[in-house]
Design a protein around this ligand. Sequence first.
Ligand code: PLP
Length: 335
Amino acid sequence: MNIDWENLGFKFMPTRSNIRFHYENGQWDEGKLYDTYDITLSVAANAFHYGQALFEGGKAFRCKDGKVRIFRPEENGKRLNSSARHLMMPEFPVDKFVEAVKTVVRDNEDYIPPYGTGGALYIRPVMFGTTPQIGVGASLTYELVILVVPVGAYYKGGIKPVDAMISRDYDRAAPHGTGHIKAAGNYAASLISGKQAKDHHCAVALFLDPATHTYVDEFGTSNFLAITRDGKYVTTLSDSILPSITNNSLMTIAADLGMPTERRRVKATELPDFAEVAACGTAVVLTPVGRILDGGNIIDYHLDTIGPVLKKLYDEMTGIQHGERPDKHNWLVEI
Ligand SMILES: *Cc1c(COP(=O)(O)O)cnc(C)c1O
């Protein structure tokens, strides 16, 4: 094993093992570590045709004291079950989920980027229906696999704001649809907006509420958050956005720092009034947004690096994750 820790990106790489659980006859088995990434499935498997598939994302860190800690894995377990319920897939016990994550992280301990590199072990659970089917219906059998992949520090050489483009031609989710769960199909549906954004030299697409296109929802794979000119933390309220664990954590940190926090509907017309805007999620914690394109209109936050308030939140969050700052909410789980 010879990993260049300084130059890891965010891409798939095989590690020692992944852990798999099989569901059949109404129950999950005890699970097993596999040293292969291959799986044999019927071409008629439900997930291919009817999309019973969901995923999760988390991280484990090598901390300052040398110990390995996982960030809020029980939140991933609860959210996995909320996705499973909506897609008529079986739930997986949260305590068993946390144990499984610990097991696979422990087995791959030497794949965790060293403290100080800014990297982490990305944890990717995925669950899918495997029963061969032609008629539409819920699968009878399922697989839950938890993969781990070493990933690098997202920001090398400083945090650069990215541009975002409001998606006016396509929505990522329907009102009362699947936007609030981590259904695999949501991401296939958002790729075309992502492509449109890239064609306009924007890193990400920003989606509005699908019913009225008046309010801000979120980015394709991350929540929207903003800092007002008077120092409030604002994030969007909508039933078609994914409840981000990072957003929830940053909001808690903001409150700890004495900032007023609001989760409310945010009109797209309010966007120019904010002092700082960011996308947030597990992969990067937060990405500041420098400009937002909306048709021919450009909202410019006039920032060439991360803004001061977001910087403070980012430092506190990553400080907690790497065991440099007190974990007063007990978010970290030691392996
Ligand atoms: C996963 C995801 C997020 C971020 O959630 P975290 O728990 O913070 O990683 C935000 N929006 C969407 C659409 C997502 O899929």
